[in-house]
Write a protein that binds this ligand. Structure first.
Ligand code: FAD
Length: 431
């Protein structure tokens, strides 16, 4: 039975969901072998390309992921785009079970006029740019304006606003890319507005304390109501940069500059709430407010995409339809992380959710619900990839790139200087 032989399992995606799922499977099954496929040349998903450079402690989870990758029952295969280089059906044929943990690679559009104007960017692209995501390395955001508006009030919006406003000297010793640091040094942005459709009770910021909603309200109220002391008032008066939250405003149109060539402001519809609590909806009152700004960053959410026509996908919820991580109607196919739950929640939420999927998969294995008989695993996929001219990179390849990044950062006192160009990375690996 599959219990005595080696269960061959593959995981698609090497972010927190992929690594935590793999960790659970390896820990709770003595023989399971786990292959992790990743489209980037480098592992760790949003821990590398999302988490802000000034929050290095969050990235410590990389140590745990690295331990998992070092298991002799685990292998990392980067530079493999599942759905393009290999299909999910091919993976299902080669393995006893496949777990889809490929995150949320797209962003939700604003769907308002003017969205396409230069000066309007997705927060996702902006984050990718300062974190060295290869596809965003040429973004070159224009920071020559005085005011930026961030649309959306979640953690990503706060990250983006903070990076725009932090004096560059505080970022010098982080792993922010050299290009982003250079651009931020030249930045003229003095004011950042963080705009939300609803009110302070509905913001999506999270804080790491018990009863976070109540505590968050106390913090917001204190900041808004408390009269600053003399020293604090003087500090604020002399500050060269400022930010603010604007509530009950819904974006209606990006306003063009007189020559029509770029964004010069945003028209906001004033809203009020209908309903109560978390379910309260923002409805326009009919009033509008125009806010001049040269940069609009839309931060209204990440979005998962369908990976392969053979995998069911719920376009409305932006998730793979599943029950407790089992993909509906496809035996042997599972999901975890943002593609399972939607693009919300921090790394620990993703961990809990991925352990749960790992648990369900092993239950199914024990119950005999997965295919019996041996499966070839990577041997079969390797042959397919070879015939298609795809050159997978291993975890030890990543460790070579990692060492190169660390050494490039050393001169500047940075933990690393990220490699941005996949061609250069392949070249460094001797390809
Ligand atoms: P991801 O981390 O996105 O991983 C998915 C992986 O799948 C990626 O590596 C991707 O390249 C790969 N992939 C995609 N498509 C394919 C394909 N076709 N084939 C192969 N591989 C593929 N949480 C915190 O706890 N603290 C923070 O400070 C924090 N900051 C954040 C900042 C930002 C900007 C964002 C967006 C999120 C942040 N989070 C933070 C949340 C955290 O990043 C997520 O909870 C977590 O990364 C979700 O894990 P995931 O594995 O589902 O997705």
């Amino acid at each position: 039975s599959t219990q005595e032989q080696t269960p061959q399992i593959c995981v698609v995606g090497s972010g927190p969901a992929g690594f935590y799922t793999a960790q659970h499977l390896l820990k709770h099954h003595p023989r399971a072998h786990v292959d992790i496929y990743e489209k980037q040349l480098v592992p760790f998903g949003l821990v590398r390309f999302g988490v802000a450079p000034d929050h290095p402690e969050v990235k410590n989870v990389i140590n745990t992921f690295t331990q998992t990758a070092h298991s002799d029952r685990c292998a990392f295969h980067g530079n493999v785009v599942v759905g393009r280089d290999v299909t999910v059906q091919e993976l299902r044929d080669a393995y006893h079970a496949v777990v889809l943990s490929y995150g949320a690679e797209d962003h939700r559009g604003l769907e308002i006029p003017g969205e396409e104007l230069p000066g309007v960017l997705s927060a996702r692209a902006f984050v990718g740019w300062y974190n060295g995501l290869p596809e965003n390395r040429k973004l070159a955001p224009d920071l020559s304006c005085d005011t930026a508006v961030v649309l959306g009030q979640g953690n990503v919006a706060l990250d983006v606003a903070r990076i725009l406003l932090t004096p560059p000297e505080y970022l010098e010793k982080t792993d922010i890319t050299a290009a982003a640091l250079g651009a931020l040094r030249q930045s003229q942005v003095k004011t950042v507005w963080i705009v939300g459709r609803r009110g302070p009770l509905q913001v999506a910021f999270t804080i790491k304390v018990p009863r976070p909603r109540k505590r968050l309200m106390e913090l917001l109220l204190r900041a808004a109501m408390e009269k600053p002391g003399v020293a604090e008032a003087a500090r604020r008066a002399s500050a060269s940069r400022a930010w603010g939250l604007r509530f009950f405003r819904s974006p209606q149109q990006v306003l063009p500059s007189p020559d029509g060539r770029r964004a010069a402001g945003i028209r906001l519809a004033v809203t009020r709430l209908e309903g109560v609590g978390e379910a309260a909806r923002a409805v326009p009152t009919g009033d509008v407010e125009d806010l001049p700004c040269g940069l609009v960053l839309s931060s209204i959410g990440y979005k998962s995409c369908p990976i392969d026509p053979s995998v069911p996908f719920d376009p409305k919820l932006g998730v793979i339809p599943n029950v407790e991580g089992r993909v509906v109607d496809v035996p042997g196919l599972y999901c975890s992380g943002w593609v399972k739950r939607g693009p919300t929640g921090v790394i620990t939420t993703t961990m809990t959710d991925s352990f749960a999927t790992g648990h369900i998969l092993l239950q199914d294995l024990i119950a005999g619900l997965l295919p019996s008989g041996p499966r070839p695993g990577y041997a079969a996929i390797k042959a397919l990839l070879g015939s298609r001219g795809v050159w997978p990179v291993s975890f030890s390849d990543w460790e070579k790139l990692d060492a190169e990044e660390v050494s490039r950062g050393q001169g500047a006192g940075k933990p690393r200087e990220k490699l941005l160009d996949p061609q250069e990375m392949l070249w460094l690996l001797g390809h």
